[in-house]
Design a binder for this molecule. Structure first.
Ligand code: SF4
Length: 334
């Protein structure tokens, strides 16, 4: 990979759990438990995992909506986690977020054109005529009509509101966008339209994107690479084609087996994971997936933490599993 645009090292985010009358700290949750990942310029990285796995917390640290407890986030050579003042303001122009629910981030009493132009006003870009022109252009780019800038959020459908959310995130022409479950709240029929739009905009504007979803089916066609997260850690990462063809971590296999495939000849056997995701307040020892893993080894897996290591046949395809990529991996697996 050439010099990445975004580089994450040893990233940890802990939240205190408070209780009692005095709101004392009773425990600490490790929502992100040590993540290393690079995102190349112009790349879309899909980030997938069940709810509560830490993927949104990771995304929020990459746009500096949250500060890390430990670790570094480097954006284009700048230390994002420690940037302040004018430097942080400059970096914020380049880094934007698309939210799952754009309605909650739009002012219900303001025409959507005003909400889209907000970033331009904050950064003192253009006069009001120039801002109106930019908003019109941006509405066209996301498939809406320029005159719709005068309408209010409640006058739009869910899919249109997400287009407005995308316009709002892109008005400053950012270089890096974190899209946090941008289609999860939409009807399936509308999801594909918004996914296609994001893919088109990504290549037209040469965006680098972190695309967060809880479902591997959603990220398949928009991602160049895909990372799978479980209990605050990345357990598998590879280019898109290799991950879907040769899932290596048993958790990825289970997530993939849940995707319906219309062709019966290609249908996979459904792997049903036992139990719920364990609480990040008290994660299992060793490999944190061992309590649900269909192939766990009772001697190694509850004891030793597996490292994220390459497959023997593909050094760009990494997985954290003693039996698949660790020293106990046999050549028979895949
Ligand atoms: Fe399963 Fe063990 Fe691999 Fe973890 S290390 S995924 S428990 S086989």
């Amino acid at each position: 990979m050439t010099e990445p645009l975004v580089s994450v090292r040893g990233l940890v985010k802990e939240f205190p759990v408070k209780g009692g009358i005095l709101q004392r700290t009773l425990a600490t949750v490790r929502a992100v438990a040590g993540v290393d990942i690079d995102i190349a310029r112009g790349e879309t990285l899909g980030l997938v995992g069940e709810s509560g796995c830490g993927k949104s917390t990771l995304g929020r640290m990459l746009v500096r909506l949250l500060d890390p407890t430990e670790g570094t986030v480097t954006f284009d050579g700048n230390d994002l986690a420690n940037a302040e003042g004018a430097e942080l303001k400059r970096l914020r122009r380049d880094i934007q977020m698309i939210f799952q629910d754009p309605f909650s981030s739009l002012d219900p009493r303001a025409p959507v054109g005003d909400s889209i132009a907000e970033g331009l006003r904050i950064h003192n870009i253009g006069d009001s005529a120039e801002r109106r022109r930019r908003v019109s252009d941006m509405l066209g780019l996301v498939g809406l009509r320029p005159e719709q800038a005068r309408r209010f959020p409640h006058e739009f459908s869910g899919g249109q509101r997400q287009r407005i959310g995308i316009a709002r995130a892109l008005i400053l022409r950012p270089r890096f966008v974190v899209a946090d479950e941008p289609v999860s709240a939409l009807d399936v029929s509308v999801q594909a339209q918004v996914l296609n739009l994001l893919r088109e905009l990504q290549s037209e504007l040469d965006l680098t994107v972190l695309f967060i979803a809880h479902n591997l089916a959603v990220v398949e066609h928009v991602s160049d690479r895909v990372a799978v997260m479980y209990l605050g850690k990345i357990v598998e990462v590879s280019d898109q084609a290799s991950l879907y063809r040769y899932p290596t971590h048993p958790y990825t296999e289970a997530l993939l087996s849940a995707i319906p495939i219309p062709d019966p000849a290609l249908r996979r056997e459904r792997i049903v994971l036992e139990g719920d995701v364990p609480s990040p307040l008290d994660p299992p020892s060793g490999c944190t997936f061992h309590t649900r893993c269909p192939i766990a080894d009772d001697e190694i897996c509850p004891v030793a933490v597996p490292a994220l290591l390459p497959r023997s046949d593909d050094t760009d395809h990494l997985a954290a599993c003693h039996l698949r990529t660790g020293q106990h991996a046999s050549s028979s697996s895949h």
